[in-house]
Design a protein around this ligand. Structure first.
Ligand code: SAM
Length: 260
């Protein structure tokens, strides 16, 4: 009977994959991959010659939603035909990645064995390279366009991480970049919470060991001047220092003075 394991390959080529993910790839009947570049693809095809890239499903003349549905149906079809299938996705397969979750959900509903193995995500690299501990202040993460289009509220005491900032406001879901005007609107939206002078960071983890991380700090107002791409992530450091909350402390029989 067919089965599916979705694994992560990490961000940096070859070194950030887990041992278990690598062994699933080596033992699969077929490996479908969404990887950041051709070098990563050829590395996976060395681990298993039956490697099929799903990158060619992306195209500028169709919605990314359609592409993701095609990824799911391609994977589901092979499992139904009785194969031991692996989906190899860069980073963590379940982080800001709809297709792996959906393929697993559909296959489980049909009675197949389907599960996920975690991987090292871009956020894990970000914590290491920027020296941010999400536990120190708390950390909120959003898909940039979702933050702009849906009701959310930001915690100004904690870090905010905006994924897919390079696609902020790109609502057609067809383009692979956003526009200066969309970035200007993003800045103006964020001024609900932050002053234009608030320092933000653009982070890009290296995919290859020969590359260096991009860590660029600048005032929020300069965002529209920046070159962004599909692997840019934005970090908004906390606006305020942590403050004790009298109400919360009261529940524990404490006061601001007694806790300090
Ligand atoms: N599953 C991936 C992971 O675990 O990192 C994330 C995939 S999500 C569709 C793509 C977004 O992840 C990008 O827009 C960016 O925010 C972030 N990302 C991907 N590669 C990155 C990199 N090399 N450095 C920083 N952020 C990255």
């Amino acid at each position: 009977k067919g089965s599916l394991v979705c694994v992560g390959t990490g961000i940096q080529l070859a070194g950030q994959i887990t041992l278990i993910a690598k062994s699933y790839i080596e033992e699969a009947d077929i490996v479908f991959g969404v990887l950041p570049d051709p070098v990563a693809e050829s590395w996976i095809s060395e681990l298993n010659s039956n490697f099929v890239s799903l990158q060619n499903l992306y195209s500028e003349d169709r919605s990314r939603k359609e592409t993701y549905k095609d990824m799911v149906s391609t994977i589901v079809k092979e499992v139904k035909s009785g194969k031991k299938v692996v989906g190899a996705f860069y980073g963590h397969p379940g982080v800001f990645a709809w297709a792996p979750h959906e393929a697993i959900r559909q296959l489980r509903a049909l009675g197949y064995e389907a599960f996920m193995e975690p991987g090292i995500s871009a956020e894990d690299c970000l914590f290491a390279d920027l020296g941010i501990d999400p536990g120190a202040r708390g950390c909120q993460g959003y898909e940039a366009t979702q933050l702009l289009f849906y009701k959310h509220s930001l915690d100004l005491y904690s870090y905010v991480i905006l994924w897919q900032i390079g696609l902020a406001g790109e609502w057609t879901l067809q383009s692979f970049s956003t526009s200066r005007s969309n970035l200007e609107k993003t800045v103006s939206y964020l001024t609900r919470w932050y002053p234009l002078s608030h320092e933000v960071i653009i982070y890009e983890a290296p995919f290859l060991p020969t590359q260096e991380a991009r860590i660029e700090r600048f005032p929020l107002s300069s965002l529209p001047d920046k070159e962004l791409n599909m692997s840019s992530t934005m970090v908004i450091p906390p606006l305020y220092e942590l403050e004790l909350d009298e109400e919360g402390l009261k529940h524990f029989g404490l006061t601001v003075d007694s806790y300090k």
